[in-house]
Structure formats: structure tokens, C-alpha cells
Ligand binder design. Structure first.
Ligand code: AMP
Length: 419
């Protein structure tokens, strides 16, 4: 029986991989310009890291983690997100003893046992940053600016909206949590099962419920803006002013809460305008996570983008994709006749070693068929290697857009191609 991929996973190949690599390339270079360095952390961590870091009350920890016992009896989890692992590394490797904030960027797979649907996978890829070790509101702003610049470089800045909210400090959230409990108590019996368990574990998450019948109650719920402590309100205002100065467009959305429990103060999400799908990227500030995981009392801030969500945007906009995917190869090598194939292969190898992309047709077939293949591969030139050519140490070089053909000495190929 044929073995298929695991439900909720997917292969990325062909043109999509080119866009994928391009996204990572643009992001990595941009992060480096922001002074961030690349961090690669393990895919597996001790389960306790996420239980303590992401929070027992979060949906991710309650029902979405891939957890197993390894052969040594350790409880291990495939990372469902990057922040907890990066904070673990920050503490363990004492990055906090260096210049702060410590700016890190990452990309890689994450795993969540969610219900697979359009744009939602069980193994998906994220790219993002964590800026650790500073409580300055401007560091929060810097991450939003980086996320925005990334989308600008991709030509997407006009299609997106940055939504921001403040979850305030601990005092704010305690008071708001109580106010939400008081408000939702009367409607709870009519609300969905998820909301009922969120009511006990983390009532803020009720605001994130997508069930239509529940939205009626949620829309009338008290707003966090009236509960912000004076310090949190000031911080939120400072951030708003800085975003205006940087000309980063944003919308304030007081119902915005994040699924991961560690956030405090600013949280943000980036959505595609007029689209109903989930966010393409999201992030926020965390004040206590580093300390909770055994590190010093320091804050951090970070965001992550879903690579699959970005990929699907490119797929739906062919002008974007064509900008990225210049899939032309330089040369299509065509061996014609007997005993020329290994020589042709050697020529292809020589071209590749000299930074020229070359494809070669290795089966015996008519020249006409090879030209059809070359056309399909978008090759710029055909390089015909025949028996006479091998004898004379030459090749026929045909420009496939002008149809101009000339004989070129093997030793002159590179020079001719450069011309
Ligand atoms: P989060 O780590 O939950 O803040 O999510 C950050 C980003 O990852 C989201 O904005 C999405 O773009 C992406 N994402 C989250 N969950 C999934 C999923 N199950 N499948 C694909 N992308 C996802």
C-alpha cells in the first residue's frame, strides 16, 4: 500500500520552494541589518519548558502539543513555538551577560495538533525574532518596524493591516480577568465548550472565540482599555506615538488577545486586508517569561510569521510570484549522436562549476524533442554537443530567444557566454 504523508503535514517543492527560500533570504538579510543574529535551537525540548513557558491555560499546551516519552523516560515535546526555546537558550547560554537587548532571529518547523484546514497545518514553518533583555518600549516598536519592513520589501505593505492592543501589566490583567468573569458568568451556559473551559483557565481567551453565536456576547464585553494601569496606558500611548513617527499604519483592536499566555503590555497581529483568514504574523511583549524560566528579571519581545500563510499569499498573486521566481536556467546541454554523452556531462559540470546553471538531457532522443524540453525549462541557450563537435573540441551555441546559432571553441565557452 502506498504510504502517504501524515495528516496536517505537507511537502513544499518546485516554484514554492523558490519563494520559500526567497522569503527566508529577504528576512535573514533584513534581520542582520537590524543587528540580529541567527539562532538555531533544537526541535525537541523538555515538555516542562512549554508547560511553564507557554502556560498550562493556553490551548497550545492543553491540547495541541506533540509529546512523547523518549527511551530514557524523559518527557519530550516537539516545539509548538519558538519563544520558550529561545528564552531557554538565552538563559542557559547567559546571553544576558552580553550587550542588551540581545537580538535573535530564527526560522524552522513547529508542531501543533490542530484541526487541519485551509492555512492551518500540524507541522508548519515560522520565521521570527526575539529581542531580549530590555524593557524599553522602543524595543517593542523596533520589532513592529522590522515586521513591517519585511512586508514592505516583499511589496505587501499596502495589503496588510497591523492590529495592536495592550494587555497591560499583571495588575491590569488581574482586574480585567475578574471583570470578564463577572460579565460572562450570565452567558456562559449558552456559550461553546471551549469558552466554558477558558472561563476558568484564562477568560481573556474567550475574546478570541470564532463561534458566531458567542461573538454576540463578546462584542458587548468590557474593553481592556478602561482597565489599563496608568503605567501601561502611558506605555501604550508612547508606542502609538512612535509608530506614527515611523509612519507605520496600525489599527487599535481592544479585543486582540494572543493564544500564548506569556504576553503582557503590547500585543500585535498582522492581517491581510479584507481577508477572513487568520493572521499572517503575530507577536508581543513578555515581562515575566524570562524570570519564570529561571533567568534574570528581564523583558523580551518578539513576533513570528507563518511561512505557509506567506506562501499562499504569493500563490494568489501571480505578479508577486513572478517577481521572485526567475526560474530560467542558463544552458540546456544537448548531446547528439553516439559516444558524446559523457563528454556532454563533463561540459555541464564545467559550466556549473563556473556558476552557470545547466541542465542536460541524458536519454537518446531527437534534437527536436530536446528543444521542446529546453523551452519547458525556460533555458536561455542551447548547447549542442555532437560527434563532429567533440572531434573539433567545439560546441554549437544557440540563443533560444533570438535563434542565433554559432560554433564556439570549448575553451571559449565562458568568454562567449559572458559576452
Ligand atoms: P502564533 O505562534 O500562534 O502566534 O502564530 C504565529 C503565526 O504562525 C500565525 O500568525 C500564523 O501565520 C502561523 N500559524 C499559527 N498556527 C498555524 C498553523 N496551524 N498552520 C499554519 N500556520 C500557522
Amino acid at each position: 500500500m502506498e504510504i502517504k504523508n501524515v495528516k496536517g503535514t505537507h511537502d513544499i517543492f518546485g516554484e514554492e520552494t523558490k519563494i520559500y527560500d526567497f522569503l527566508i533570504d529577504v528576512f535573514s538579510h533584513l534581520c542582520q541589518r537590524y543587528g540580529a543574529s541567527h539562532i538555531i535551537i533544537p526541535t525537541i525540548e523538555h515538555t516542562e519548558l512549554f508547560q511553564r513557558g507557554v502556560g498550562e491555560g493556553s490551548d497550545v499546551v492543553r491540547k495541541e502539543m506533540y509529546t512523547f516519552e523518549d527511551k530514557g523516560g524523559r518527557l519530550i515535546t516537539l516545539r509548538p513555538e519558538f519563544t520558550a526555546g529561545i528564552v531557554r537558550s538565552f538563559i542557559q547560554n547567559k546571553f544576558y551577560a552580553n550587550d542588551l537587548p540581545c537580538r535573535l532571529f530564527y526560522h524552522g518547523s513547529v508542531f501543533r495538533y490542530e484541526r487541519p484546514q485551509q492555512g492551518r497545518y500540524r507541522q508548519f514553518n515560522q520565521l521570527g525574532v526575539e529581542f531580549l533583555g530590555s524593557d524599553n518600549f522602543l524595543v517593542d516598536v523596533e520589532t513592529i518596524s522590522l515586521a513591517f519592513s519585511f512586508l514592505k520589501e516583499l511589496g505587501l505593505d499596502k495589503n496588510i493591516v497591523v492590529k495592536i492592543n495592550s494587555l497591560g501589566d499583571l495588575e491590569t490583567r488581574n482586574r480585567y480577568r475578574q471583570a470578564l468573569k463577572d460579565y460572562f458568568a450570565q452567558y456562559l451556559p449558552d456559550m461553546c465548550e471551549d469558552c466554558q473551559s477558558r472561563y476558568e483557565l484564562n477568560p481573556l481567551r474567550i475574546l478570541d472565540c470564532k463561534v458566531d453565536a458567542d461573538r454576540v456576547y463578546i462584542e458587548k464585553a468590557p474593553s481592556i482599555s478602561t482597565f489599563l494601569s496608568p503605567q501601561s496606558a502611558q506605555r501604550f500611548n508612547d508606542i502609538i506615538e512612535a509608530l506614527k513617527q515611523l509612519e507605520i499604519p496600525f489599527e487599535i483592536d481592544h479585543t486582540l488577545v494572543r493564544g500564548l499566555d506569556y504576553y503582557s503590555e503590547i500585543v500585535y497581529e498582522i492581517h491581510i486586508k479584507n481577508a477572513n483568514e487568520g493572521a499572517i504574523g503575530a507577536g508581543g511583549h513578555y515581562s515575566t517569561l524570562i524570570e519564570e524560566l529561571g533567568g534574570p528579571k528581564m523583558s523580551g519581545v518578539g513576533f513570528s510569521f507563518g511561512l505557509e500563510r506567506l506562501l499562499s499569499l504569493f500563490a494568489s498573486k501571480s505578479d508577486l510570484a513572478s517577481k521572485v521566481v526567475e526560474s530560467k536556467i542558463d544552458i540546456y546541454v544537448m548531446p547528439v549522436g553516439e559516444g558524446v554523452h559523457s563528454q556532454a556531462l563533463k561540459i555541464a559540470q564545467y559550466l556549473r562549476e563556473n556558476n552557470i546553471s545547466a541542465d542536460i538531457y541524458l536519454e537518446k532522443t531527437k534534437l527536436g524533442n530536446m528543444f521542446k524540453k529546453a523551452q519547458k525549462r525556460n533555458a536561455k541557450f542551447a548547447l549542442i554537443v555532437g560527434e563532429d563537435e567533440i572531434k573539433n573540441q567545439t560546441v554549437q551555441l544557440k540563443n533560444l530567444s533570438t535563434s542565433e546559432q554559432k560554433e564556439v571553441k570549448l575553451s571559449d565557452i565562458l568568454k562567449t557566454l559572458k559576452e
